[in-house]
Design a protein around this ligand. Structure first.
Ligand code: HEC
Length: 170
């Protein structure tokens, strides 16, 4: 029963959110004139980006969109990140900086990690909103970043992953 209801709500959510977004993407994929910048991954830039309010992970997780996320699915999506990042404070650094406490922190703030100048000087604060834009297209959002990850194009993937990260990096 539980599985059925999860499937049902996921389908409802897909219908309400992902399909309209997918529709926009197919339009911006051919760089339609007049496409809104927010819908075209490559045109969202870190410079001047409004990351929204800084809150605690628990507060973010209470927001309706993140409260509805599939955290188990987010954990699977996070395996791609775990190749390069540790999430817990005492786990040290891999190819990428340790992500413990990343929400609410300025970009490029892990002591001793050799960030790209692009990320270090981006002026970003990491919130679900800025992480969202970053994960959609890291190199488009912060041109010159050394994070070799091409991005998650699906809004549902990013939402589920962020809900997982909010828990895993606390
Ligand atoms: C191939 C290795 C690699 C993968 C895979 C990877 N990252 Fe990164 N990540 C990096 C590197 C390297 C940086 C530093 C980038 C820079 O300095 O420009 C970084 C930086 C970051 C930052 C900024 C941290 C800070 O302290 O400012 C966040 C957030 C982040 N990654 C999240 C993720 C997430 C979430 C995933 C999975 C979807 C992911 N990364 C996948 C290597 C990786």
């Amino acid at each position: 029963m539980a599985v059925v209801s999860v499937r049902r709500s996921l389908l409802a959510w897909l219908g309400a959110v992902v399909l309209p977004i997918a529709g926009c993407d197919s339009g911006s994929g051919v760089t339609a004139p007049g496409a809104e910048p927010r819908q075209a991954a490559s045109t969202v830039r870190a410079a001047g980006f409004d990351a929204g309010p800084v809150r605690t992970p628990a507060e973010y997780l209470n927001e309706p969109e993140l409260a509805a996320a599939d955290v188990a699915r987010g954990e699977l999506l996070g395996l791609a990140c775990a190749a390069c990042h540790k999430f817990r404070a005492d786990e040290g650094t891999l190819v990428g900086p340790n992500l413990h406490g990343v929400f609410g922190r300025r970009a490029g703030a892990v002591e001793g990690f050799a960030y790209s100048p692009a990320l270090a000087q981006s002026g970003l604060v990491w919130t679900p909103r800025s992480v969202e834009a970053w994960l959609e297209n890291p190199a488009g959002f912060v041109e010159g970043t050394t994070m070799a990850f091409t991005g998650y194009r699906s809004a549902a993937d990013r939402r589920d992953l962020i809900a997982f990260l909010l828990r895993a990096t606390q």
